[in-house]
Design a protein around this ligand. Structure first.
Ligand code: ATP
Ligand code: MG
Length: 337
């Protein structure tokens, strides 16, 4: 039954939904003051850090720096220490002590997490923040996402709507086996790279490399002069509404979950077999495969299990059906689960 809907045509009046969808997008954009508060917090954190580790610095990453941040998101901060040979837990515990004495609220050091972090809340700005150590790949993938967002505004528009949908429907919780915001943005980029004509290029496949860094033995290289690509997608005239419909339709009825991996790194089809992601290995089931653009051995879908894959696919189908058939789908689409 899933396969038979593959060739359904989009409703004739789909473009009418662009106005209400863009209204939602605009309501999610953080106001200017929020950026200022985040910078204020970063400055006060940096003072404390440099006081203890003179050669350290802080970088923003995640949604406050990748241009996919909705209003009131947490701030993700990376503490960069020159010395690679450090005990992260020890540093985090020391930093937690310093932050506590500086009167930050709810300071918690999660030293046993896959990515060890400190969580805190700034009483001055009210902003919540996670701090990790030497997670330079995350800083680099943040830049890649930010660069993609500059090329065609339909990417941030689609991604904000998808993130808002995922949060409203409870499918943006990695600890419950659904997908991270980072994974959803990669799914949006991949989708726009494969429109006909394409709306986004594949920056890692460009002939000219203008940005290059080796991080944790991984070469991160791509074309980052995106101001030269502003017209890349202009031959494609699809409206945001059509793309939102197309996104959910793709994930509901067209994606080959059994055989293919979503990758923004290349325009070629990447098979699960080529990555040996065809069977369960340990806890990783590879039921939906989304390749990290740089750490290509990392499947962002590995958190998905046999229960949550069902939840996800039913949510994609629900969204596709609502967009296809409801006269005023916007309210229903984002209805809390
Ligand atoms: P939100 O607005 O929901 O906080 P976000 O963009 O900050 O969205 P998160 O999923 O919180 O997204 O991830 C923060 C950043 O951490 C991402 O932008 C990415 O750089 C990095 N990241 C997150 N998950 C992974 C992962 N599984 N592998 C590699 N990097 C990741
Ligand atoms: Mg975040």
């Amino acid at each position: 039954e899933r396969v038979s809907r593959k060739h359904i045509k989009c409703r004739a009046d789909i473009d009418m939904l662009t106005v209400p969808l863009l209204r939602i997008y605009e309501s999610l954009i953080p106001p200017k003051e929020e950026k200022e508060k985040q910078m204020q917090l970063l400055t006060s954190l940096e003072k404390l850090v440099v006081n203890e580790w003179p050669h350290a610095h802080l970088c923003l990453f995640g949604s406050c720096a990748n241009s996919f941040g909705v209003s009131n998101s947490d701030v993700d901060v990376c503490l960069v220490l020159r010395d690679a040979d450090i005990d992260k837990s020890e540093i985090l515990l020391k930093l937690a002590e310093i932050l506590q004495s500086a009167n930050f609220q709810n300071v918690q050091a999660l030293t046993r997490a896959r990515v060890p972090i400190i969580k805190l809340k700034d009483p001055v700005t009210g902003v919540s923040c996670d701090i990790c150590i030497n997670n330079v790949l995350a800083v680099v993938n943040t830049k890649l996402l930010r660069d993609y967002a500059q090329i065609d505004v339909r990417l941030p528009q689609l991604a904000f709507i998808v993130k808002h949908w995922a949060k409203s429907r409870g499918v943006n919780e990695t600890y419950q086996g659904t997908l991270s915001s980072y994974a959803y943005v990669l799914m949006c980029i991949h989708f726009l790279q494969h429109r006909d004509p394409p709306i986004l290029p594949c920056l890692q496949e460009a002939k000219i490399v203008t940005y290059q860094q080796i991080v944790d033995n991984i070469e991160c290289a791509y074309f980052d002069q995106v101001e030269k690509l502003k017209t890349f997608g202009s031959d494609n005239k699809e409206s945001v509404a059509r793309l939102v419909w197309g996104f959910f339709h793709y994930w509901a009825y067209c994606h080959d979950y059994a055989n293919t991996v979503v990758s923004v790194r290349t325009k070629n089809t990447v098979s699960k077999r080529s990555k040996d992601w065809t069977r369960r290995i340990g806890k990783d089931r590879h039921l939906i495969c989304i390749e990290d653009p740089f750490e290509t051995s990392h499947d962002l879908g590995r958190v998905v299990d046999k229960y949550s894959i069902k939840v996800l696919r039913e949510e994609f189908e629900r969204a596709a059906t609502i967009l296809q058939a409801y006269p005023n789908p916007c309210e229903k689409l984002f209805e809390p689960f």
